[in-house]
Structure formats: structure tokens, C-alpha cells
Design a protein around this ligand. Structure first.
Ligand code: KIV
Length: 263
């Protein structure tokens, strides 16, 4: 029986930290499941770490559906959430529903949309129609061309307040989880304290409800540049399974992220 969204929200309310990891295939899904990962994200990071592109922008809905099928087949406990790729949801809320429905039909339990205020209406539209949404704010990699690089977001009072306001609006629209990428830990804590739904951080410090990392980064498989917030959990681990178990343990015990992984 897979973990449900209410169950995850209950765990977070009880003070348990949630461990999320990206996943793209059945073998890693089985290992992550056995290691106790709460949520498997079929991330569009697959465009970089699996397909070899230099951004997530070339990933298509067909790519995401292919990997979703494999992850669902390989796991039985973790909640599976799926990244909506670039161009599959920004045009209209109807387009977002059509594509998100395809992911749900493959066994996904939730979709993730990048964007703050701009995604409020789409989030409400999907949630009202039975598609749970994880909002993704802060550094949203699909907007790399707008940001001019993979830059930390939310620095300065105005930018920080905008992130808090965006998160509150997304929660009010029905987002069940808010994921925050690359922002000062103080801002992520402010957002978390402003919401009643769980928050998941990546480069957002320890004062959030849970963490996510790209599995190819934390196992030191991806040869490209590593962000400051990545820790190599393969170092000293006798197997991939043990590396993932070490990640889950470190998240649950608040040992990860340490101050050196935060902004
Ligand atoms: O695609 C992905 O891997 C993600 C994480 C970085 C959160 O969105």
C-alpha cells in the first residue's frame, strides 16, 4: 500500500522529516523504496542526468510518462510524484489538466508545477479536478533563461516576502506540498512557518518539513558540476542501497542538510 498525501501530512505534523529522492527507473525505485524513501519524484532533471542535455527544457511529456511507468512498476510503498515538463502546463490550465491526467493515469499520485503566483490558478484548477499538486518555488530550473543562470532566489526583503506570499497563495489554491529550491535558509523557515502543508527543501536549509536531492547527485554518478547543497552519500557506503539508506537516516535525524549545504 503506497503512502498517501494525508499520511505524509500527518507524519510532517508529528515532526517527522520527509525524505524525497528523484527516481527515473524501476531498479532505483525498488532500492529507494526498500531504503525507506517517502516520496519518489520523477524529476525533469532526467533531461540532464539521464539524457545528457544542459538544461531540463528539452524534456517532453512522453519522456516523463515513460519514466513514470518504470518508477511505478519498481516501487510499492513510496508516493510517486511527477514533474510536469517545460511547455506541458504553462499555456493554459486546460493544457495542464490534460497532461497531468496522463501522468495520473500511469500511476502518479501528484504532479509538480514550477512557478509562484503565476501557477495559482492552474493549481486550483487541477486540485478541484482531483489532481494533487506539489508547488515548486524559488529556483525553478525551467526558468533558467529568465534568471540568467541557476541562481539562489529570495535574497533581500522584497524577494523573500514575495516567496512567502506565493507559497501562501499556492497553499490557499490547494497545493498539498510546497517544494523550495535554492533560497536562504531563513526564508525557507519563514515560508514553512507560514504554511500548514509540508515543505520540502533542496538548498533551503534544515528548517523545512523534508528534503529532496537528485539521486545521481547524491550517489556521485552525475559527472557535471555539483551545487553547494549536494552531499555525496556514496562516500563510505558499501552499496547504493546503503547510500540511499544513509540519506534517509540523515534527513530524518536532521543531520542533513548541514550549515555548509545551505545559503
Ligand atoms: O527535476 C528535479 O529533479 C527537481 C528537483 C531538483 C526538485 O525538480
Amino acid at each position: 500500500m503506497r503512502v498517501t498525501i494525508p499520511k505524509l501530512q500527518e507524519r510532517a505534523r508529528g515532526g517527522e522529516k520527509l525524505a524525497m529522492l528523484t527516481c527515473y527507473d524501476a531498479s532505483f525505485a525498488a532500492l529507494s523504496d526498500a531504503a525507506g524513501v517517502d516520496m519518489l519524484l520523477v524529476g525533469d532533471s532526467l533531461g540532464m542526468v539521464v539524457q545528457g542535455h544542459d538544461s531540463t527544457l528539452p524534456v517532453t511529456m512522453a519522456d516523463v510518462l515513460y519514466h513514470t511507468r518504470a518508477v511505478v512498476r519498481g516501487s510499492k510503498n513510496a508516493l510517486v510524484l511527477v514533474d510536469m515538463p517545460w511547455g506541458s502546463y504553462q499555456e493554459s490550465k486546460e493544457q495542464a489538466f490534460r497532461n497531468a491526467a496522463l501522468a495520473m493515469a500511469e500511476g502518479a499520485q501528484m504532479v509538480k508545477l514550477e512557478g509562484g503566483a503565476l501557477m495559482v490558478e492552474t493549481t486550483g484548477f487541477l486540485v478541484e479536478r482531483g489532481i494533487p499538486v506539489c508547488a515548486h518555488i524559488g529556483l525553478t530550473p525551467q526558468s533558467v533563461n529568465t534568471f540568467g543562470g541557476y541562481r539562489v532566489q529570495g535574497r533581500g526583503d522584497d524577494a523573500a516576502s514575495r516567496l512567502v506570499a506565493d507559497a501562501k497563495a499556492l497553499e490557499a489554491a490547494g497545493a498539498a506540498i510546497v517544494l523550495m529550491e535554492a533560497m536562504p535558509a531563513t526564508v525557507a523557515r519563514r515560508v514553512t512557518e507560514s504554511l500548514s502543508v509540508p515543505t520540502i527543501g533542496i538548498g533551503a536549509g534544515v528548517d523545512v518539513s523534508g528534503q529532496v536531492l537528485v539521486v545521481y547527485d547524491m550517489l556521485d554518478i552525475y559527472p557535471g558540476r555539483k551545487a553547494r547543497f549536494v552531499k555525496n552519500f556514496m562516500s563510505g557506503a558499501p552499496s547504493i542501497q546503503a547510500g540511499i539508506e544513509a540519506y534517509v537516516k540523515a534527513v530524518k535525524s536532521r543531520a542533513f542538510p548541514a550549515p555548509e549545504h545551505a545559503f
